[in-house]
Design a protein around this ligand. Structure first.
Ligand code: FAD
Ligand code: DLZ
Ligand code: SF4
Length: 509
């Protein structure tokens, strides 16, 4: 019997991975590798690299303990190939294998690299996801608009989560209107479970500090779970303490509170340490046991079986050119504030600051602070995309690109979002306490100290009028703009231009 290589990538750390299921422990050899190309295709946050490498090393040890022959290439071993394909070729020669079994990677870039690899690679579907490509294509076929809500209802029915017979639990599919409470005074959850680095992680941390110390992001105080057992404990900790108020304060932002009641488990689910059904089942059980309210359980389950599956479906449906889309023709360079440059904007300082320290920001910070600002400021979506792909521990292209190119930057022309997620400072002020400590004034629409979001919001509306004036969901805002005094409109636009000029000149905004 001929030996085959079984490729396991850094985000495929699941015992039941389809490639492993298709392989034969007695004759096949598992290949895992920390390769320069994967560690460097964007300047990943050092905590993200450390998380991926540590989890890979520990998963390799688990596979070995389960009887697999694992050939693991470390980044600090000179013999390790520079790319996934180079490593496969090296290992192929080493063990006399001429074919590869793999689970479909989550990025077109890697799928194409495997197709181009001289060794024949058989790709198995990644059935850790709940909706297959074929099922998503069938759902999307013939629909004019691919809206999440309808997809989500189908997923509720297929998974049976929060269902009572054919009906949604509580008589409603969606409890989002209960989930928009602004920032509370005090946070009564101590945040995600933290793990002191073990010997494997410490070794990885030293290497990452040495090789990637110049990348944006702090490596110190590394606390992530790096194996399945730890990730399960982190999940249980959050279900007990964070889930009960997760729904209520899902959209809130509080100065210095980096996690609030959020799960902070996306990096574990995306790397394969936890399964999407497993996390939803834990949440559903908490609701059934009376340990969490329905609005919290439904809100969370919608993110996982709804949004998470939906964005993956869109990524694969739309094809490899998705990340290059720029429907609004925005071209400005990403301002230095995204890489920690000085800013007077408290909201941006908070969101970018915790991104730097934790490789984490929650959804509303990503969407309504950093995403909103980039969109209003007219930043090139490809640069925005690369930033998000680099700086978050949970970022892989299949999930990051639809969220950034589609949901946040409207660069796909409205496949995901029915209208752009833009707002003035008012929304941020309503949902956070950031404005209180800001150098700008959120109530000032123009003049010295006016909040840049207020100015840029109208600039965005005005410069994209042709595209959005006919959108019924934006008509009210255009009416407000049109009713404004012409002089006032002119002042707003010219002050917005000044903000943009300052961004272009690299000045502090
Ligand atoms: P929770 O608030 O506790 O949510 C529960 C879970 O639902 C998450 O763990 C995640 O698995 C899933 N989820 C929630 N929203 C989404 C979504 N929109 N798309 C996919 N899954 C979702 N998520 C990523 O996993 N990787 C990314 O690279 C990523 N980039 C984003 C970029 C932008 C501009 C925006 C607006 C959102 C992005 N998201 C991304 C979605 C979301 O912000 C994160 O999943 C979430 O913040 C992770 O933190 P959490 O585990 O505390 O989430
Ligand atoms: C993100 C990442 C990093 C930083 N490094 C590696 C690596 O060295 N080896 C590997 O197999 N995977 C790595 N990954 C994940 C992949 O780059 C890629 O993003 C995902 O497999 C796509 O779904
Ligand atoms: Fe952000 Fe404007 Fe509020 Fe300052 S005033 S924190 S810039 S929204």
């Amino acid at each position: 019997m001929v030996t085959r290589l079984v490729l396991v990538l850094g985000d495929q750390l699941s015992e039941g991975l389809s490639a492993l299921r298709a392989a034969d422990k007695a004759r096949d050899v598992v290949v895992m590798a920390e390769v320069a190309d994967e560690a460097g295709y964007v300047p990943h946050h050092p905590k993200k690299i450390a998380f991926v490498f540590s989890a890979m090393r520990k998963f390799a040890a688990e596979l070995r303990a389960a009887g697999w022959d694992v050939r693991y290439g470390r980044l600090d071993d000179r013999a390790t190939g520079a790319s996934v394909c180079a490593e496969l070729l090296r290992r192929g020669e080493e063990v006399g294998a001429t074919e590869v079994l793999a689970t479909e990677p989550g990025e077109w870039r890697l799928i194409e690299a495997l197709r181009a690899c001289p060794l024949p690679v058989t790709l198995q579907p990644d059935d850790r996801f709940l909706c297959s490509h074929a099922d998503f294509e069938a759902w999307a076929a013939g629909r004019k608009a691919l809206r999440l809500e309808y997809f989500y209802r189908e997923m509720r029915k297929t998974t049976g989560l929060l269902m009572e017979g054919d009906h949604p639990a509580g008589g409603q599919w969606n409890f989002d209107h209960d989930n928009r409470k602004p920032a509370p005074g005090a946070v009564d959850f101590d945040g995600p479970m933290r793990f002191a680095p073990d010997a494997v992680t410490r070794e990885v941390l030293d290497m990452v500090a040495d090789r990637f110390g110049d990348n944006f992001g702090d490596l110190e105080d590394f606390w992530f779970a790096t194996d399945r057992a730890q990730a399960r404990r982190a999940l249980a900790h959050w279900v007990a303490g964070g889930l009960p108020k997760y729904g209520d304060y899902q959209d809130a932002m509080v100065t210095g509170e980096r996690f609030l009641w959020h799960g902070v488990i996306s990096m574990y689910v995306n790397a394969g340490l936890l399964g999407p059904m497993e996390v939803c089942a834990a949440v559903e059980q908490a609701w059934r046991d009376g340990r969490a309210p329905l609005n919290a359980a439904e809100g969370f389950i919608r993110q996982v079986i709804g949004w998470r599956e939906y964005v993956r479906g869109i990524y694969f449906l739309e094809g490899p050119d998705y990340t290059a889309r720029n429907a609004l023709g925005q071209t400005r360079d990403l301002p230095p504030v995204y890489w920690g440059g000085e800013t007077g904007m408290r909201c941006m300082a908070e969101a970018v600051g915790q991104t730097r320290t934790e490789a984490y920001a929650h959804h509303i910070q990503r969407l309504m602070v950093t995403g909103n600002f980039a969109l209003l400021a007219g930043v090139d979506p490809a640069q925005v995309h690369e930033w998000y792909l680099a700086v978050y521990a949970d970022a892989y292209e299949w999930v990051e690109a639809p969220n950034v190119i589609g949901m946040s930057q409207f660069a796909d022309g409205g496949i995901i979002a029915s209208k752009p997620y833009v707002s003035s400072g008012n929304y941020i002020n309503k949902m956070s306490d950031y404005c209180k400590g800001c150098a700008y004034s959120v109530t000032k629409k123009t003049g010295q100290g006016a909040c840049p979001f207020n100015l840029l919001y109208w600039h965005f509306m005005d410069r994209h009028r042709d595209r959005f004036a006919g959108n019924p969901r934006m008509a009210q805002m255009y009416r407000t703009w049109d009713r404004m005094d012409a002089d006032k409109r002119e002042v707003i636009l010219s002050e917005a231009e000044q903000v943009l000029a300052r961004l272009d000149a690299g000045e502090v905004v």
